[in-house]
Design a binder for this molecule. Sequence first.
Ligand code: FDA
Length: 569
Amino acid sequence: ASEPKYDYIVVGGGTSGLVVANRLSELSNVTVLVIEAGGSVYNNINVTDTGGYGNAFGTDIDWAYKTVEQKWGGGTTQTVRAGKALGGTSTINGMVYLRAQTSQIDAWEKIGNKGWNWENLYPYFKKGEQFQVPTDYSFLEGSGVAYDPAHHGYDGPLKVGWTSTQLNDGLAQVMNTTYQNMSVPIPYNKDPNGGQMIGYTLYPKTVNSDLNIREDAARAYYYPYQSRKNLHVWLHTNVNKLTWKDGAEVTADGVEITFSNGTTTSVKASREVILAAGALKSPLLLELSGIGNPDILSKYDIETKINLPTVGENLQDQMNNGLAYDSKINYTKSPDYVAYPSAEQLFRNATAVGAQLLRKLPAYAAQVASANGNVTRAADIERFFKIQWDLIFKSGIPVAEILLEPSGYTYDTEYWGSVPFSRGNIHISSADPTAPATIDPKYFMLDFDLHAQAQAARLIREIFKTEPFADMAGEETSPGLSTVAANSDDEGWSSFLKSNFRSNFHPITTAGMMPKEIGGVVDTSLKVYGTSNVRVVDASVIPFQVCGHLQSTIYAVAERAADIIKAQM
Ligand code: FDA
């Protein structure tokens, strides 16, 4: 039999891949194949249960990528989770649906990505969204849930709303008053999904509110469309690398794959190969296919097709820590209360912190470049840092996320500085596509990142001391004042933070969308530099961290990517 052939092959049936596959296969004369390493999780209770966050961790649908030992981050390895299933990481994530601050998306254009700004992306957030208008509004108001109808889409595939377990445990108003009573008040924000994120709120999630089950990329973008004759999905199939056409131009003609029974074969694409394997896989597939840093490729006897040394560089993630407290009240539901403080609200002395950081940026940039073998240039990194500095100290993005999670007689909190400056990298460690990669996010490399993390912990301590909430809370059980004393400086917080953090599971920029001269891997049409028909559409392309969680932005980028691809057909 002759090899099967499709117009488009999408590598990875995850969050971004299924969006692109869905939109391309709207054109009935176009054939699309999605190749996914995992299987269907349609009936997997660890996926569907809206209260089951974490239950899928460590199971066979979690890639559980391991970092190298984190030199600045406590010396140990970290596990970075990612979904291995149709639907990708959207099947195991926290379901939070929160976008970015307008100026953060505008920053993408500032570094040379013409057309990638908030105004152009905002319609794509809405295009994908099927906002489920809460029906019992009085009940919702009691729960503190609010929204601005103008900021939502109603006709898209992805259901967004609130679960019953998120609602009404009587704490919303208490927290609102408490935030207003802080020494530097944090205002209430009715709906942070319009691009202005600062404040305290209850966010929506990717859920089917009627059925009270998780909404993931497969339920939104695949299952309702699976009867399309031109849309095929192969599950339990690993893509090993791209295959190339002979000739002067670098043109992919398909991919090499291995089925679960161990058989290796290839499948052809007549138009394009679209990588959507996630930020910790897509750059590796480029390297395995000969696109990357020749010094790395030659180590594993991979012939360099395109010399693009920044493949796998610029890796950015956040660090997640928590404080825990006793509660005087027994909570039966599990709402998440979130606050997004600005620099003023987090640092208090923001002007001084900003001035000090500004002076350090050249040294930070040099340190990041050197720690990454100077593959990315200090001058370029410094420019990115200055843009990030402007976002923090001039345009007022949130600098941290603070989550309060009551359950039973406890309050858990989770928090992270939203925009760490450290950058690391990910590369292959073998020519074998199944070998684990070398992943090094370089958590806590820069002292500003530690400061933001420590300052968020201090803010939480203040919340628990502020009325009326203070009345409802008991002792701090972790770390506890005997471990980290009140008024500890950053050094005093350092050991607790570094030995108890985890990855925030938001890796980005490993195939960054940027001009090539400053380290970009894909151009503004998400095409890999030097190729005629290879694109990357997943979290790898996002050039700067966003302050909301990643998925809404990834869905929107993929929606826009599909339109770009259609326009170039
Ligand atoms: P994604 O991982 O979705 O897709 C990649 C797909 O490619 C996967 O299905 C994978 O199996 C497949 N694949 C990989 N290699 C392959 C190969 N060689 N061959 C074939 N297939 C291959 N965000 C948010 O907005 N709100 C939240 O609450 C959370 N919470 C959260 C919790 C946890 C635990 C995690 C891990 C992440 C989050 N996130 C989040 C982040 C968010 O879910 C994540 O950034 C996106 O889903 C990533 O989408 P991508 O399309 O980039 O990759």
